[in-house]
Ligand binder design. Structure first.
Ligand SMILES: Nc1nc2c(c(=O)[nH]1)N[C@H]1C(S)=C(S)[C@@H](COP(=O)(O)O)O[C@H]1N2
Ligand SMILES: [Mo]
Length: 218
């Protein structure tokens, strides 16, 4: 009888240890693949390194839990939708080599990969009166662009930088690749996109005196 209890107890302990091991392994397996190798060259030209992209964000890097993350697209659309990370990534992937220029005087030449905003907009059907796209982030930051700019430049939101999943510092899960626009239009950690008819909307830095056009002057 004693022997049986002993055997049962040891089996029970082994079982518990097994559960703990499985749980530990799966919690390590997040969406961010840190083992991926950074692309260093594109069309025979050296790219900047991810570490050249300085974090100058208002509240520092944000840690987004991808299991509960939603990208909300609402406002002047027929079907407001909450997209999961995977929903967004089901769209065709686009690759673009674009330089990020910050008003502080530094820049980074990066290979971005992501999905075209127009593909996401097709899924929610933008109403004809919309003319402005307002972007929101988990840190409270906001910025906006004319809808025409988003469509004409085929702007993307990127999930990858130089071939690797965005680290928290560069905006995981998504950064807006606002090509030809200054760094403060490159909103990171995007969690909401609102279609609006207010062309005078001003975001975080725009309300603090920075130009709403934010064109990069060459
Ligand atoms: N959510 C959020 N996005 C943001 C900012 C911020 O403070 N919060 N700062 C902007 C500014 S001023 C710049 S220059 C770029 C820098 O992006 P990077 O860290 O990927 O270089 O992020 C932009 N996006
Ligand atoms: Mo910036």
């Amino acid at each position: 009888m004693k022997k049986q209890i002993y055997r049962f107890t040891s089996l029970f302990i082994i079982f518990i240890l097994l559960i703990i091991t499985v749980a530990a392994c799966s919690s390590n397996n997040t969406a961010t693949d840190q083992s991926a190798i950074q692309i260093k060259e594109y069309n025979g030209k050296n790219l900047s390194s991810i570490s050249d992209v300085r974090d100058v964000s208002i509240k520092g890097p944000q840690n987004v839990d991808i299991n509960t993350y939603k990208l909300k697209i609402d406002g002047l659309v027929e079907s407001p939708t909450d997209f999961t990370y995977d929903d967004v990534l089901k769209n065709d992937k686009q690759v673009k080599n674009v330089v990020l220029n910050c008003v502080e005087g530094w820049s980074a030449d990066i290979l971005w990969e992501g999905v075209q905003l127009s593909d996401l907009f097709d899924k929610v059907t933008v109403k004809p009166e919309a003319n402005t796209v307002i972007f929101y982030s988990v840190d409270g930051y906001t910025t906006s662009l004319p809808l025409k700019t988003v469509m004409d430049k085929k702007l993307i939101i990127a999930d990858k930088i130089n071939g690797v999943v965005l680290p928290a510092e560069t905006g995981f899960p998504f950064i807006l690749v606002a090509e030809d626009k200054l760094g403060y239009k490159w909103i990171k950690w995007i969690n909401r996109i609102e279609l609006s008819n207010d062309p005078n909307y001003k975001g975080y830095w725009e309300t603090r005196g920075y130009s709403n056009e934010a064109d990069v002057k060459n």
